[in-house]
Design a protein around this ligand. Structure first.
Ligand code: UD1
Ligand code: CA
Length: 459
């Protein structure tokens, strides 16, 4: 049987106090609505429909590559949010998951369970329920004397007896598509909020004998919504723990998992060690036996095997095998450290390749540069790649030795095996195996310093 998912993402989210709509807020780098769509897709939903409304111009770009979009013109209630999908799903016959775009922690496993329970029992409606110590605000699950699901009553409509029920509606459902849209035609808005309640579908299906059942979650955390910044932080914490637990189960060590933040798309091989204050984001990948951190942020960066990356910020960089990076290195987009190379302390590298075994150990800026193999760049050396308008390239051949404090004024090419004297300003190409240096004659005046001290009256 086919599965579709409708994700309600039309809400305003005033409690966020934000320019952005609620579902656009990110949990570990991924907008909440994408977490929900991805969970539905991982659970096997072939069709994804996002219902947008409030500030939809900000929501549509986040969902259009993965979902069909339906606009809910007016926020008339959750039943209306689903009903606006009637035309898009007119030809659909199967199970429909209905999810809230602001509940990013729902798992594919649970959604699969809702679908399989519906298919197994043939019920028209399956509701994910949860027991909460304080159910205030949630719809309550009303069961008959035999424990069969009868209806859901909202907080604002409940009698004191109903409000004493601790089993709640999590807001996640799986319906039979045809019966869902049949029931929605019969939902009214005669209730305390004057809204069309999706929850009324349950009673309609139960009364008609189409079957409505509740499936309990064993982890209410996965039904948490993020309506405020504080709840967003709580959701992020839960997502962090889940992701870290998964990596640890796969053989990654973390000294303090509370201080390691890994976005959902990151790949980490076994026997990697992550020290505290590590942030791994985007399409970052780390190979076996590499050690990362402390204090390191890697974004869209690929690290090979056995590399050491200490106190580093790297963005769209590539670090190969057996590389020694940091402490306090800054790798900007296009930086590529080849096998066995080094980028040391206070070194910034942009759009440059550091060849195999080459070293940039201290206090350097390397930009738009191709460094060959076995090169040593002395402390404080800099490629002057920018003339105020354009960027120019530098090439440094294999085994070249660049003395400390060399300025390489690009465009310039330094030949293989050459040596550059310390403190040179290189403005012309250097031939292979040559010595190049620019250095004024050293001046020395005997006794001058002593005389000066005497003049000033200091020892
Ligand atoms: C809903 C349920 C309640 C449940 C709770 C769980 C109803 C009537 N009640 O209540 O039983 O315990 O969720 O969190 O469904 N939305 C739209 N368009 C609308 C209305 C809502 O897209 O016209 C979206 C919201 O942005 C939100 C979701 O639907 O993502 C739920 O709506 P909300 O108003 O928050 O429902 P609750 O009152 O929390
Ligand atoms: Ca809500």
């Amino acid at each position: 049987m086919q599965t579709a998912a409708i994700v309600m993402a039309a809400g305003a989210g005033t409690r966020m106090k934000s320019k952005k709509p609620k579902v656009a807020h990110e949990v570990l780098g991924k907008p909440m609505v994408q977490w929900v769509l991805d969970a539905a897709s991982d659970a096997g939903a072939e069709r994804l429909v996002a219902v947008v409304g409030h500030e939809r111009e900000q929501v549509i770009p986040l969902v259009e590559d993965r979902a069909e979009i339906v606009v809910q013109p007016e926020r008339l209630g959750t039943a209306n949010a689903v009903d606006v999908c009637r035309d898009v799903l007119a030809d659909f016959d199967g199970s429909v998951l209905v999810l809230s775009g602001d509940c990013p922690l729902i798992t594919p496993d649970t959604l699969r369970r809702l679908v399989s329970e519906r298919e197994r029992t043939g019920a028209a409606a399956v509701v994910l329920t949860m027991k909460l110590p304080d159910p205030t605000g949630y719809g309550r699950i009303v069961r008959d004397a035999d424990g069969a699901l009868e209806r859901i009553v909202e907080q604002k409509d409940g009698t004191p007896e109903e409000l004493a029920i601790d089993e709640c509606n999590s807001g996640f459902y799986c319906f039979d598509a045809k019966r869902l849209f049949w029931a929605l035609q019969n939902v009214g808005c005669d209730n305390a909020q004057g809204e069309f309640y999706l929850t009324d579908v349950i009673e309609l299906c139960a009364k008609k004998g189409f079957g409505a059942i509740g499936v309990a979650t064993n982890d209410p955390d996965e039904c948490r919504g993020a309506n405020s910044r504080a709840q967003l932080a709580e959701a992020t914490k839960i997502a962090q723990r889940r992701i870290n637990a998964q990596h640890m189960a796969n053989g990654v060590s973390m000294m303090d998992p509370d201080q390691v933040w890994i976005e959902p798309g990151v790949e980490i091989a076994r026997d990697v060690v992550l020290y505290p204050q590590v942030f791994l984001s985007g399409a970052t990948k780390i190979g076996e036996d590499s050690v990362i951190g402390p204090n390191t942020r890697l974004a869209d960066t690929v690290v090979g095997e056995r590399s050491r990356v200490d106190e580093t910020v790297a963005i769209e960089a590539v670090i190969d095998n057996d590389v020694d990076c940091g402490p306090r290195a800054y790798l900007r987009p296009g930086a590529h450290l080849c096998d066995g190379s080094k980028a040391g302390t206070h070194v910034e590298i942009k759009k440059s390749t550091v060849g195999k075994g080459s070293k940039v150990p201290h206090l350097s800026y390397i930009g738009d540069t191709t460094i060959g193999e076995g090169v040593n760049i002395g402390a404080g050396s800099i490629t002057c790649n920018y003339d105020g308008k354009h960027k120019h390239p530098t090439t440094i051949g294999d085994r070249a030795f660049i003395g400390s404090d060399t300025m390489m004024v690009a465009p310039v090419s330094i030949g293989a095996g050459s040596i550059i004297g310390a403190a040179s300003c290189i403005t012309r190409d250097v031939e292979p195996d040559a010595l190049a240096l620019t250095r004024p004659e050293q001046v020395q005046i005997a006794g001058w310093a002593k005389k000066k001290r005497e003049e000033l009256g200091i020892d």
